[in-house]
Design a protein around this ligand. Structure first.
Ligand code: GLY
Ligand code: MN
Ligand code: MN
Length: 455
């Protein structure tokens, strides 16, 4: 498979578009993410801040972007680590000042170590600073220090910016609508993730541990060209499936249990997010099947509501209506459906929402309400649709046969001009398809077992 990336000019278009939206005589300042320590001397893998990467394409830590619209010497400035051959031997290559301009399109680049001396001069006499406040509290202080520096020069006739404006609001609105280039990357993330889930279905069997299934997923992500997971994979068997963000993934898979896998790859900083739930031994029991088919029906009803002109909450409302009616049919709830929906009687079994925006962040940015009303869906928006049902072990008033069953089915959906496209449809999700895939994988596995050993 060939690698895909975004063209440099897409990043330039984004910066231009942002600068057009900024008021006159303003500056934008954006930090990348800090490096975080895992334990002594060991860092977590660095991942750039999504907003920062969206506007710069610059992947290194310790970097700051400053946009100064109308600055004659250049509007797009990057502060980066300087080249340092000794440090590069230990910690890897750096673009340096030259690379920041030549490879990442900066008009001007400066050493990150000089930022405190340079930025005050860039913000003096500007009216507004666009800055994402409180995102990285450790750097808020630094920015306030720059403002104090400018203020201390007031007697020299320098004016201090009078307003701070939330930069992230503007960038997040831009990120909400995906371009053709972004969709190519999201399709790739979806494709690789779909193949990984299929693989997990084919290899899972009683006696394996949850983390061994996780190993298969991660192997498929990386073999497919995705360097990282978009979030910690959830591989929960049996009662672990009712813990929404279970990530210990330590237990053995038991015959007769379901396995819930929520895992997604990140491709070029774009996420996929798929959940499938299937029986460890390849055959659903009758109660598992009853709940599973209800979640699937809810998911299909929700997906049918993903179309331009519908509002954000319509898929959720559709899922809740199906789930509530189904819980009544199965005897888990009693009463009239409209009233149960109104009272949110489904919540002990379905306590999360039906989806979220998806993009560079798995829970992507963009407001869900605009002026107090649910946002209307538009082509180019990408979201998940992921209803579930979770019956706590020992749930009061619930017959024992349902206890400890956790099911979620999650797909990634693009709003198109006339409806939607399910980007992750390649992973089986009907009972019949799942059982067929697992039966043929099981047949292959048992044939292998009967082959004579080599040597
Ligand atoms: N993987 C997190 C979620 O589904 O929202
Ligand atoms: Mn999700
Ligand atoms: Mn998920």
């Amino acid at each position: 498979m060939i690698g895909l990336t975004l063209e440099r000019k897409e990043f330039a278009r984004r910066r231009k578009s942002l600068m057009r939206q900024m008021d006159e005589n303003s500056v934008a300042i954006l930090f990348t993410a800090p490096v975080r320590m895992r334990n002594r001397d060991v860092e977590y893998a660095f991942r750039p801040d999504s907003d920062f990467y969206y506007l710069t394409g610059f992947p290194e830590p310790e970097a700051v972007m400053v946009l100064v619209p109308g600055r004659p010497e250049g509007e797009y400035l990057l502060f980066v680590r300087e080249r340092d051959l000794a440090k590069e031997v230990w910690n890897g290559r750096r673009a340096g000042l030259e690379g920041a301009c030549a490879d990442y399109g900066a008009d001007d680049a400066f050493p990150i170590g000089d930022i405190d001396d340079i930025v005050p001069g860039l913000i003096e006499n500007r009216d507004r600073v666009f800055y994402a406040m409180g995102v990285y509290p450790e750097v808020d202080q630094q920015v306030m220090g720059w403002v104090s520096r400018v203020r201390s020069r007031a007697r020299a006739g320098v004016s201090v910016p009078g307003e701070f404006v939330a930069l992230d609001q503007l960038v997040h609105e831009m990120r909400l609508i995906k371009s053709a280039g972004e969709l190519r990357l999201m399709r790739r993330a979806a494709e690789v993730t779909a193949a990984a889930h299929l693989r997990a279905m084919q290899v899972a069997r009683p006696g394996m541990t949850e983390y061994q299934v996780e190993a298969e997923l991660v192997h498929a992500f990386m073999s497919g060209g995705c360097r990282a997971s978009a979030y910690a994979p959830i591989v929960g068997s049996g009662e672990n499936g009712v813990i929404l963000h279970y990530t210990e993934n330590r237990d053995p898979l038991r015959d007769g249990d379901l396995l819930l896998i929520d895992a997604g790859a990140e491709y070029e900083y774009y996420a996929a997010d798929i959940t499938r739930t299937f029986p460890v031994n390849g055959r659903f029991t009758s109660p598992q099947r009853g709940l599973y088919e209800l979640v699937l029906e809810a998911q299909e009803a929700a997906i049918a509501k993903v179309r331009p002109g519908n509002h954000w909450n319509e898929p959720h409302e559709a899922a809740v209506a199906v789930i509530t009616r189904g819980l009544v049919d199965l005897g888990l709830l009693k009463g009239r459906v409209p009233r149960l929906v109104k009272e949110e009687a489904y919540k002990p079994f379905y306590m999360h929402r039906t989806g979220h925006w998806l993009g560079m962040d798995v829970h992507d940015v963009g407001d869900y309400k605009v002026d107090g009303e649910w946002r209307v869906l538009e082509p180019g928006m990408t979201m998940t649709v992921e209803p579930g049902l979770y019956v706590a072990p020992g749930a009061r008033g619930v017959p024992r046969r349902w206890w400890g069953i956790g099911i979620r089915i999650e797909d990634d959906v693009l709003v198109t001009r006339d409806g939607c496209e399910v980007l992750t449809r390649a992973v089986p999700k009907t009972v019949a398809d799942i059982e067929a895939v697992m039966a043929s994988a099981g047949a292959v596995a048992s044939e292998r077992k009967h082959l004579p050993r080599e040597g």
